[in-house]
Design a protein around this ligand. Structure first.
Ligand SMILES: *Cc1c(COP(=O)(O)O)cnc(C)c1O
Length: 481
C-alpha cells in the first residue's frame, strides 16, 4: 500500500462519475442563492476515479487492527465478536428513523424494547430496577454515585468518603471525585482480594459506599462479599459493584442477592455491542428497592399495557443524558439477550471462564503469574522474568503486533509490575487461543535468543513505535496541504 492521502492521489479533471449534459438552460448560482450562502472558492475535493476511492478506504480500513480481523485479547475491556444480527436489528428503519421528540404513543415499540432490556438486566443482576440512560461505564459509575449521594442526603448526611480497593478499575476514583466525595484506598491481600481487616479499620459512618470491581482487575472473584457487606452495611454504607465485566458472572451470580446495592453494566462489553474509538456506549445502572426513587429520570414505565417516559419524582437525581441515552446500543444488547436466552447467557459466561483458564494453563509455566489463583474471564501475567534481558512488557506487546495479534492490556492493573492482562472472551475457538499462546511462547523464545529483535519491534506494521506521549499531549490531527 502506498500510504498516500486521498488528496495526494488527486489529479485535476479525474472524475468518479460522469453526469449527462444539461437538458435545461444553465443558471449562475449567484442568481439562485444569496451571496452569504455561496463559497468564495471551490471546495477542495480530491479528484479521483470511483475505484480509487473504494480501494483507498478499503485499504485504510484494514491497516487498523479490529475485532473482525482477529482476536483482541485486551484485558478488562472485553473485545468480543459483535454478532452481525445486532446490526440488522439496529438498522431497522422503524428504529433509525425515530425522532427523539416523538410522542410516547408513536414510539411504543422502542419504549417496549428499553423496558424489556431494563427488566432483563434487572433479572440478571438481581436488582429491583435498572436505568439505561448513562452512556458509558464511567458515566454509569457517576450516575450511581449521584444516586448514593441522594440516598444519604435524604437521610440527613451525604457523608464524605468512598472506599476503593487497589484492585479497582481506574475510572472508579475519578468518578468518586466527580461526585464530590473523597477516596479512601484499601489494600489487596496475598490472594489478590480485598483485605477485609484493612476495610474494617477504614469503615466509619463518614463512608458513603465501597466501590468493588467484581471480578476485580486481576480477574479474581471477590470471595468475601458477605463479610464485606456486613461491615459496610453495619455502618450505614452502600456496596457498589463495578459490573463492567459482568460477562464473568452473568447467569451464575446475581449481585443483588449477595449484598450489592447498586451496580453498572457495560453493554459495550458484556452485551456484545461494538466499542473502541470512543464510539457510543451504554452503562446502565441497577439498584435495590431502597434506591429506586433516586434513579435518573425519565424512566420507562409500563401501565395498562402501554409504555411511557415518566418524570416528576422529587427524589430522582434527574437527567444524566439528553433524551434516553444511546438507544441503538440498547437495540443491539437486547438482540444479544434474545438470541442467547437465559441458558445461552450463562453458557457464554462459562465459555469466557473456560477460555481464560485454558489460555492461562498454556502460559503459566513459562510466564510468571502475578497471583496464582483460579481466574474468571481474564488473568494477569507479569513480565518481570525477562526484564533482566532488557526486554520490557511493552516490547513483548509490540512484537505481538508483528505476529498479527492485537496486544493485550499492559501495565494495568497497577498492583502488578510489568503487567500483561489477557481476556480472550467466550467467542474465540480453541484453535485461535492456541495460535495466541503459540505466538506468546515464540516471543519468549526470541527474548532468550535475540532480545534486540523484540526490543525493536514492531517490524512489519504500517508505522513503528509512535511517540505516544506526544500524540496524547500535542494532538494535531489536521493535515496541512
Ligand atoms: C471498561 C471499564 C470501565 C469503564 O467503562 P467505559 O465505558 O470505558 O467508561 C469501568 N470499570 C471496568 C472494570 C471496566 O472494565
Amino acid at each position: 500500500m502506498d500510504n498516500k492521502l486521498i488528496f495526494e492521489k488527486s489529479v485535476a479533471g479525474r472524475r468518479g462519475v460522469s453526469l449527462p449534459s444539461f437538458d435545461v438552460p444553465e443558471v449562475d448560482n449567484s442568481k439562485l442563492f444569496s451571496k452569504a450562502l455561496l463559497r468564495k472558492e471551490a471546495a477542495r475535493l480530491p479528484e479521483v476515479p470511483e475505484f480509487e476511492v473504494v480501494r483507498h478506504y478499503t485499504n485504510l480500513s484494514s491497516l487498523n487492527y479490529h475485532i473482525d480481523k482477529g482476536i483482541y485479547p485486551l484485558g478488562s475491556c472485553t473485545m468480543k465478536h459483535n454478532p452481525k444480527v445486532n446490526e440488522r436489528t439496529a438498522s431497522l428503519p422503524g428504529f433509525t428513523n425515530l425522532h427523539p421528540l416523538a410522542d410516547d404513543a408513536d414510539c411504543q415499540g422502542a419504549l417496549e424494547l428499553i423496558y424489556n432490556l431494563e427488566t432483563s438486566l434487572a433479572e440478571l443482576s438481581g436488582m429491583a430496577a435498572v436505568s439505561s440512560q448513562p452512556v458509558a461505564g464511567a458515566h454509569g459509575e457517576l450516575a450511581a454515585l449521584m444516586v448514593i449521594r441522594a440516598y444519604h442526603e435524604k437521610k440527613g448526611n451525604a457523608r464524605k468518603y468512598v472506599i476503593i480497593p487497589d484492585s479497582a478499575h481506574g475510572t472508579n476514583p475519578a468518578s468518586v471525585i466527580r461526585a464530590g466525595y473523597e477516596t479512601i484506598g484499601i489494600k489487596s491481600n496475598a490472594d489478590g482480594m480485598i483485605d477485609v481487616e484493612d476495610l474494617k479499620s477504614h469503615m466509619t459512618e463518614e463512608v458513603a459506599a465501597i466501590m468493588i470491581t467484581n471480578p476485580n482487575t486481576l480477574g479474581v472473584f471477590e470471595r468475601d462479599i458477605a463479610a464485606i457487606a456486613e461491615i459496610v452495611h453495619g455502618k450505614g454504607g452502600l456496596l457498589y459493584m463495578d459490573g463492567a465485566n459482568f460477562n464473568a458472572m452473568m447467569g451464575l451470580v446475581k449481585p443483588g442477592e449477595i449484598g450489592f446495592d447498586v451496580l453498572h453494566f457495560n453493554l459495550h462489553k458484556t452485551f456484545s455491542t461494538p466499542h473502541g474509538g470512543g464510539g457510543p456506549g451504554s452503562g446502565p445502572i441497577g439498584v435495590v428497592p431502597s434506591l429506586v426513587p433516586f434513579l435518573p429520570e425519565p424512566r420507562v414505565i409500563k401501565e395498562n399495557g402501554k409504555f411511557s417516559l415518566k418524570t416528576g419524582n422529587a427524589d430522582s437525581i434527574g437527567r444524566v443524558h439528553s433524551f434516553y441515552g444511546n438507544f441503538l446500543v440498547m437495540v443491539r444488547a437486547y438482540t444479544y439477550i434474545l438470541m442467547l436466552g437465559r441458558d445461552g447467557l450463562r453458557e457464554a459466561t462459562e465459555m469466557a471462564i473456560i477460555n481464560a483458564n485454558y489460555l492461562l494453563s498454556r502460559l503459566k509455566d513459562k510466564f510468571q503469574l502475578a497471583y496464582d489463583r483460579p481466574v474468571l474471564h481474564e488473568f494477569v501475567l507479569t513480565g518481570t522474568s525477562f526484564k533482566a534481558s532488557g526486554v520490557k512488557t511493552l516490547d513483548l506487546a509490540k512484537r505481538l503486533l508483528d505476529y498479527g495479534f492485537y496486544a493485550p492490556t499492559i501495565y494495568f492493573p497497577l498492583i502488578v509490575p510489568e503487567a500483561i492482562m489477557i481476556e480472550p472472551t467466550e467467542t474465540e475457538t480453541k484453535e485461535e487461543l492456541d495460535r495466541l499462546a503459540d505466538g506468546l511462547l515464540t516471543i519468549l523464545k526470541e527474548i532468550e535468543e535475540n532480545p534486540e529483535l523484540v526490543k525493536e519491534a514492531p517490524h512489519n506494521t504500517p508505522v513503528r513505535r509512535l511517540d505516544e506521549v506526544k500524540a496524547a499531549k500535542d494532538l494535531d490531527i489536521r493535515h496541512k496541504f
